[in-house]
Write a protein that binds this ligand. Structure first.
Ligand SMILES: Cc1cc2nc3c(=O)[nH]c(=O)nc-3n(C[C@H](O)[C@H](O)[C@H](O)COP(=O)(O)OP(=O)(O)OC[C@H]3O[C@@H](n4cnc5c(N)ncnc54)[C@H](O)[C@@H]3O)c2cc1C
Length: 279
């Protein structure tokens, strides 16, 4: 988009039209997080890459950005959603047979090609595991022995995807779990993902980090201590995304429109901007 003239001549109708998808499964992950499986009612959206997101319409309520958690060869798409407000609560409250509208896929993806053949550490905090799930699947399929996954949650009951965590471990990936507060029966680590990274002191060549912003900031700095160059660290940033195509400007961070230039961005491109925002 070079000029205002382009703005008026570029067709934007298609990415703004929701495509109907029907809920075929609803799986409760935690008290307020649910994974929906959706199948296109007619033609589906284009193929989705790990880290990309969709705009999800709960008709009559609103539209919100939600990361693609997994896609299936059947064309189904899985979305993991936490009920925090009106629209996310409506999405989580859908039942089998209900229809949602999806737009997308939008945004950048985790750089899987660059990660191939390298020692990768994936760091996820809370719901941050959802946009990383397909990336971990892909790396496990390729070479699990070169993959470390560090997952943090507030408590054991908040840990997502227990089946996947077991499967990735069984396949040979090093999966480290930690919780902020231990319940009776928890025998794993207690503390932050950053503390786990510092304690393990593993060496890595590349890192994908997703979770609350403070966790990503300290996590990215910790993986630098594990030998990863800042240009090889990628984070996923959440902002107030509305159009998904870089037109409305609600998601601006410095020179970037994160709905289009993110959500997955290189750490060294945003570190300074995030410091400014935090002051
Ligand atoms: C690229 C991207 C991917 C996302 N992926 C997921 C996902 O996979 N699963 C999921 O559950 N959520 C995801 N989110 C967050 C989700 O979009 C928000 O929770 C949702 O927009 C809240 O809308 P609401 O109408 O339900 O609540 P609102 O009434 O809009 O907000 C309720 C509360 O949530 C906070 N909130 C709203 N939007 C965001 C946001 N973008 N980030 C952080 N806090 C927010 C508000 O400040 C408020 O405190 C993603 C956001 C982005 C930008």
């Amino acid at each position: 988009m070079d000029s205002l003239a382009d703005l008026h001549t570029t067709p934007v109708v298609e990415p703004m039209e929701p495509t109907p998808y029907r809920v075929t499964n609803s799986r409760r992950e935690t008290a307020d997080v649910t994974t929906l499986t959706l199948v296109p009612v007619a033609a589906g959206l284009a193929s989705m890459l790990p880290g990309q997101y969709l705009m999800v319409w709960a008709f009559g309520v609103g539209e919100i950005p939600i990361s693609v958690s997994r896609t299936l060869p059947t064309g189904e798409v899985l979305l993991t959603v936490r009920a925090v407000g009106a629209t996310s609560t409506a999405v989580v409250g859908t039942t089998v047979g209900d229809v949602l509208g999806l737009r997308g896929p939008f945004g950048t993806a985790w750089p899987m090609a660059a990660a191939a053949g390298r020692d990768l550490v994936v760091v996820a905090g809370g719901l941050g595991l959802a946009p990383l799930r397909m990336a971990i699947d892909a790396q496990v399929a390729q070479d699990p022995t070169r993959l470390s996954v560090v997952v943090g949650a507030r408590e054991q009951a908040q840990l997502l995807y227990a089946d996947d965590l077991q499967r990735w471990t069984a396949a040979g990936a090093r999966v480290h779990l930690t919780v902020d507060a231990a319940d009776r029966g928890w025998h794993g680590a207690v503390g932050t993902t950053t503390a786990v990274l510092e304690r393990l002191a593993e060496r890595h060549e590349m890192a994908f980090v997703c979770g609350p912003e403070l966790m990503m900031t300290s996590g990215a700095r910790a993986v630098v201590g594990c030998g990863v160059q800042p240009a090889d660290i990628w984070v996923s940033l959440e902002r107030n995304m509305h159009c998904g195509i870089g037109h409305c400007g609600r998601c601006q961070l410095g020179s970037q429109l994160l709905c289009r230039d993110g959500a997955v961005v290189r750490w060294d491109h945003v570190e300074r901007l995030l410091e400014v925002r935090g002051r």
